[in-house]
Design a protein around this ligand. Structure first.
Ligand SMILES: Cc1cc2nc3c(=O)[nH]c(=O)nc-3n(C[C@H](O)[C@H](O)[C@H](O)COP(=O)(O)OP(=O)(O)OC[C@H]3O[C@@H](n4cnc5c(N)ncnc54)[C@H](O)[C@@H]3O)c2cc1C
Length: 317
């Protein structure tokens, strides 16, 4: 039987995951993107499974549960770690006491901890087991999986300027996973970019856990370490600046006391696709094409990608 064609706009974490899930649901899938997948915001994510800088409501909570199941299935189905996804201990430390987060029952072995058992001398903390996704490895793996299953990845010369343009593709169903690009594409004024800058240092051999502490974070990866934690609201530029770099070094010194400017071997910034009020996950018919909008995941698009994919597909039923 002929498979129904589906178009996915966007080759970030949300688009690629939607594409793979749609293939597995029996569709013939083509992904369209104006940027190489290695240059998307998703490629800049650190990335731990944790909901931050996203409107947290019932939709997000349900998506988070579905996403945890998605990553759990992935590591069970592919036991070798060549996808870059692993489970490890994550700390959230703080100087002030905070309410227990709504995801405590979703992540693994959640536990509250107090000084002196919190790293970095912080007074309060939680520790739990969660997924850690090394994007430099994971996106390549997802693309190989998608293409290996017969998917097509099309690089556009220019971004789509309107949804009608995308409706002219020969697919009756289009998933709109354009991240921050959705602001212009859908004229969605609720999209508010949040810039984040990170620094890259050598791997920290002794660290097989990650930590976010009073907003700053240290995420060790296979070949390097990512230091981040800056939030610049309504800033859609991806330029780096020295003042933010100084703040990152100072903020992360609680965890890495020897950290100084000479340890920095890379720096970059990215724009988190935050949407005021809620992630957008809904269908809309335009020019006889069914669009499923799936964007606005803020600082949690990698975390929520499997849930977004499966819940997006469920809108077709
Ligand atoms: C520094 C930093 C650290 C982060 N850390 C984490 C983390 O630890 N955990 C986590 O879960 N998240 C993290 N995030 C957030 C995460 O990166 C985003 O939520 C996620 O990348 C969003 O994925 P996406 O697929 O929606 O968008 P993107 O990755 O931006 O992909 C959008 C795609 O759509 C395409 N596109 C856009 N507009 C158009 C158009 N008009 N026509 C055609 N194609 C178009 C783009 O080319 C791209 O392929 C971090 C972000 C930053 C900046």
């Amino acid at each position: 039987m002929q498979k129904v064609p589906v178009a996915v706009l966007g080759a970030g974490a949300v688009g690629l995951t939607t594409a793979v899930a749609a293939q597995e649901a029996g569709f013939s899938v083509t992904v369209y993107t104006d940027k190489a997948y290695g240059s998307t915001t998703s490629a800049k994510a650190a990335a731990s499974f944790k909901p931050v800088e996203v409107a947290y409501n019932e939709l997000t909570h349900t998506m988070l549960i579905a996403s945890w199941e998605g990553y759990s299935r992935l590591v069970a189905d592919f036991p070798s770690d060549d996808h870059g996804v692993r489970m490890h201990t994550h700390w959230e430390a703080s100087s002030i006491e905070r309410a227990v987060p709504p995801y405590r029952d979703i992540v693994g072995s959640f536990r509250q901890v107090r000084s002196p058992d919190v790293p970095g001398g912080y007074r309060y903390g939680w520790r739990y087991r969660t997924f850690f996704i090394d994007m430099s490895v994971y996106l390549d793996w997802m693309v190989s999986r998608f293409v290996g299953q017969g998917g097509r990845l099309v690089y556009l010369d220019a971004p789509f300027l309107s949804l009608s343009q995308a409706a002219a593709l020969s697919a009756p169903i289009v998933f709109n996973c354009t991240g921050a690009g959705a602001g212009a594409l859908c004229r969605d004024e609720r999209m508010k970019p949040i810039k984040g800058q990170v620094l890259i240092t050598d791997p920290v051999a002794s660290m097989n856990w990650s930590i976010s502490a009073d907003g700053f974070y240290v995420y060790p990866r296979r070949n390097d370490t990512v230091l981040g934690g800056t939030i610049q609201m309504d800033d859609d530029s991806d330029s780096v600046d020295d003042e933010t770099e100084r703040r990152l070094i100072e903020g992360n010194r609680w965890i890495l006391p020897d950290l100084n400017a000479s340890a920095i071997r890379g720096r970059y910034a990215g724009v988190r696709p935050y949407r005021e009020g809620s992630i957008r996950l809904e269908s809309e018919e335009i020019d006889e094409t069914l669009f499923i909008h799936s964007y606005g995941h803020g600082g949690s698009g990698v975390t929520l990608s499997w849930g977004a994919a499966h819940m997006g597909l469920s809108l077709l039923r």
